[in-house]
Design a protein around this ligand. Structure first.
Ligand code: PRT
Ligand code: ZN
Length: 288
């Protein structure tokens, strides 16, 4: 019989695994361990995780073997999978870039005409060079792409970059970015039974709540009652702040939730308006 649990494909063991499990735990899903297991059922939500290589995730979701998947955009695009991207997840940030040896004398993309490019991303690489009208020979390599020019296997590479440390260590420099990537929640385009759709809605509400919470902070401050209007003006999201009386008659406590970036922008102005004892706290989740 077909499972009615929501099935989500995630990376078994790699850069995205811990962050993905953290995200799922942060939205309240409990698991009894996941290391060295292929299928893991949540203890408190009707969901099961399929732990596989990231390269297989897009196809598993495309074919409806899994309803959802969490995988880097770079992998989904390289595999050309027909899936729906439903959320960017703000981790696993990287870029797929063209890089050349510093000593190569290559300065522009056109210098790479008729050259050999080593990559684990043959499809994205081919498409990109051809869209730029540059002919290249693609040398497909599954790992350690950065050493290909030194081994004279290739003249340049296309690889993922995050800090840029690997390129630097290998005497390479970035010429152009092909793609900015991050981890994404993807969904099958195959028909999904109604009871699973309901689970997906519930799952997405939790993801939204978590993403909103990550961008927000709970702030508390004390202020003279007469400063309330100025302070409210400084923090636009303070439409209806919580106001609490303090023991001192003309003083109040103001509580609200604001975007994190906004807090750092207005902090000095809040102080100038008379706010004191400003406390900023992380928010676990937010359902609006
Ligand atoms: O075994 P499996 O197939 O599941 O894993 P994998 O080895 O194919 O992938 P993995 O675990 O290395 O990466 C998973 C995903 O993490 C990638 O598909 C990207 O979406 C994302 N990601 C984010 C990265 C990086 N940053 C990254 N820096 N993936 C790889 N790298 C590598 C890059 O290939 C290069 O070797 O790190 C090196 C460069 O890093 P910097 O920091 O030196 O620039
Ligand atoms: Zn992989």
């Amino acid at each position: 019989m077909e499972t009615t649990s929501l099935r989500i494909a995630i990376q078994k063991s790699g850069r995205l695994t811990d962050k993905t499990i953290n995200l799922l735990e942060n939205i309240g899903l409990k698991f009894d361990g996941y290391k060295d297991r292929l299928l893991v059922k949540s203890l408190n939500f009707d969901v099961e995780l399929l732990l596989i290589r990231d390269d297989d995730i897009p196809e598993y979701v495309q074919d409806g073997i899994c309803d959802l998947g969490i995988v880097g955009a770079n992998v989904s695009l390289e595999r050309g999978a027909d899936v729906e991207v439903i959320r960017d997840l703000q981790y696993g940030m990287c870029r797929l870039s063209v890089a050349v040896p510093k000593s190569s004398g290559f300065h522009t993309m056109h210098d790479l005409n008729n050259k050999r490019i080593a990559t684990s991303y043959p499809n994205l690489t081919r498409k990109y060079f051809s869209s730029r009208g540059i002919d290249v020979k693609i040398v497909e390599i599954s790992g350690a792409v950065e050493i290909a020019p030194r081994l004279d296997v290739a003249d340049a590479i296309v690889d993922l970059v995050s800090s840029g440390g690997t390129l630097k260590t290998n005497g390479l420099q970035e010429l152009e970015v092909i793609l900015h990537s991050q981890s994404q929640l993807i969904r099958t385009r195959k028909p999904i039974p109604a009871e699973k759709l309901d689970l997906i809605d519930k799952f997405l509400i939790r993801i939204n709540g978590r993403q909103l919470a990550e961008r927000s902070r709970y702030i508390m401050m004390n202020a003279p009652r007469e400063s309330l209007e100025v302070i409210s003006g400084l923090i636009p999201s303070l439409k209806s702040p919580t106001i609490l009386p303090l023991a001192e008659p003309d003083m109040i406590a103001i509580h609200s939730v604001i975007p994190t970036d906004k807090f750092w922008e207005v902090m000095e102005e809040l102080k100038a308006a008379g706010a004191s004892g400003i406390v900023m706290l992380p928010v676990e989740s937010m359902i609006v």
